[in-house]
Design a protein around this ligand. Structure first.
Ligand code: FDA
Ligand code: NAD
Length: 434
């Protein structure tokens, strides 16, 4: 088959792709060796901005301001950077067929790309309510948020439905960040989620109680323990209201849905080993197919610290896994070895005036410390997770850079604790003295 040939191809043009490209250049890359193929129309950017500063009513973030690698304090790589480095940035190009045996990718328009080494970085896609057959889920003004195109559509709707009613479906990351963003845009906001408290995959009931009360104090209404089962539409198929399972009906000009993501592995089904919903890799992000690597959201990798295979859907891992894969590729070429990936999970979020960080693992007993009164002028609190007498995870709201560093150290070192009561009294001091 004819087609353009590259030594390295990165499939996907998101966070991991951008950080991998930078690492290739750091390690030594010749012009024409690398291509990035992305279905998005823009060069890799820091995706977290889409649910935060991109939606601000004033001074909103816009490209080229948040191209990678500014999110981790690095140099910003605008489209010109790729040209300068001889990297082919092939945008608006969706790959619809990947043949890992013959090392060929084919795009929707029929273009073919051959590679020697492939890095799969296709990330995740959103789970849609239409996937569960929710009635009316394809109506206009029901939004999901994954790519910049989605964010642009939402921004247009925010402009045209000024001061309207927004219903946010889902109580996870998107649910919490988007409820805040819509409220800041002066929408009347109602959040709906099935669980007894928000962000249950990370938050304890006590942590969630703080955020829920804070959101309520900002005017967000919260409906828990039920789900959206249908939507009413007007004559133009614009959404009019959301029907809940408990019988309630909520008026809505805009609905934003955040009910989870799913790694984009479909192109590779049956060609490569999978585990826990992602493509299985080793500690160098090599898959079961020679010369094929998988990084970011879609990699299920050995999390050395916990001796367990995990998938992580957060930006810090997308960046670091991409760098590790490229270092590994380059080390093999040079006949050298590098250390296996040794990742400390790190998640964060920001909304309203709040900002939290979490490091480690959220299993075992928990100890809450600090001021978690949502009406305090400057609440600052945290939580430790303790398993087998060791602190394995730490969460902190409104920490300074030094304090966040301290809790990350605790999660990495896993110090022993004998007395949980004492740990609660010491609170942040416990981390600061490690
Ligand atoms: P990513 O999704 O970034 O990139 C995948 C790329 O592949 C996309 O460009 C896509 O178009 C492309 N692609 C997919 N299939 C393709 C195909 N067949 N052909 C061509 N191209 C294809 N995390 C965090 O820690 N803190 C935060 O605050 C946030 N905030 C946040 C906000 C929003 C709105 C989202 C959606 C996500 C976050 N995240 C986050 C999660 C974080 O952004 C995510 O984990 C990383 O972007 C994952 O990086 P990847 O490169 O793996 O996928
Ligand atoms: P999520 O998994 O964080 O949350 C999904 C939420 O929707 C859960 O609370 C879930 O129980 C709820 N839900 C499930 N079915 C529902 C239904 N039928 N009706 C109402 N609620 C329902 O996923 P998300 O918030 O959609 O985020 C998508 C992806 O983007 C994830 O990979 C996430 O990690 C990433 N993201 C991360 C950040 C961050 O790290 N700060 C920010 C935004 C997005």
């Amino acid at each position: 088959m004819a087609g353009k040939h590259y030594k390295y191809v990165i499939l996907g043009g998101g966070v991991a792709a951008g950080y991998a490209a930078r690492e290739f250049v750091k390690q030594g890359l010749k012009p024409g060796e690398l291509a990035i193929i992305s279905k998005e129309a823009v060069a890799p950017y820091e995706r977290p901005a889409l649910s935060k500063a991109y939606l601000f009513p004033q001074g909103a973030a816009r490209l080229p301001g948040f191209h990678v690698c500014v999110g981790s304090g690095g140099e910003r790589l605008p489209p010109e950077w790729y040209v300068e480095k001889g990297i082919d940035l092939i945008l608006s190009t969706e790959i619809v067929k990947a043949d890992l045996a013959s090392k060929f990718l084919t795009s929707a328009s029929g273009a073919a790309f051959a590679y020697e080494i492939l890095i799969i970085a296709t990330g995740s896609t959103v789970i849609k309510l239409s996937d569960f057959g929710v009635q009316g889920a394809n109506a206009n003004n029901i939004f999901y948020l994954r790519e910049i195109e989605d964010a642009d559509k939402l921004v247009d709707a925010i402009q045209s439905k000024k001061n309207g009613k927004a219903v946010i479906v889902g109580g996870g990351y998107i649910g919490l960040e988007l409820s805040a963003a819509m409220r800041i845009n002066n929408f009347d906001v109602t959040m709906v989620y099935p669980e007894p408290w928000c962000m249950p995959r990370l938050f304890t009931a006590e942590i969630a109680a703080f955020y829920e009360a804070y959101y309520v104090s900002k005017g967000v209404k919260i409906i828990k323990g039920t789900v959206a089962v249908g939507f009413d539409v007007d004559l133009n198929t614009n959404v009019k209201s959301v029907k809940l399972k408990d019988g309630r009906v909520l008026d809505a000009d805009i609905v934003v849905v955040g009910v989870g993501g799913r790694p984009l592995t479909t192109l590779f089904k049956g060609q490569v080993e999978e585990e826990k919903g992602g493509i299985k890799t080793d500690g160098y992000f090599k898959t079961s197919v020679p010369n094929v690597y998988a990084v970011g959201d879609m990699a299920t990798f050995p999390l050395k610290l916990y001796k367990e295979m995990r998938r992580v859907e957060h930006v810090d891992h997308a960046r670091k896994s991409a760098e590790q894969a490229v270092k590994g590729i380059k080390a093999i070429e040079a006949g050298k070895t590098i250390e296996e990936y040794d990742y400390l999970p790190y998640f964060y979020s920001r909304s309203f005036d709040l900002s939290w960080q979490f490091y480690g693992d959220n299993i075992g007993d928990t100890v809450l410390f600090g001021d978690n009164n949502p009406t305090s002028s400057k609440p600052k609190f945290g939580s430790y997770w303790i398993k087998d007498g060791k602190v394995v995870g730490a969460f902190l709201e409104s920490g300074s850079p030094e304090e966040n560093k301290a809790i990350s150290k605790v999660a990495r070192i896993q110090p022993s604790v004998l007395d949980l009561r004492q740990l609660q009294i010491e609170g942040l001091q416990f981390a600061s003295k490690i």
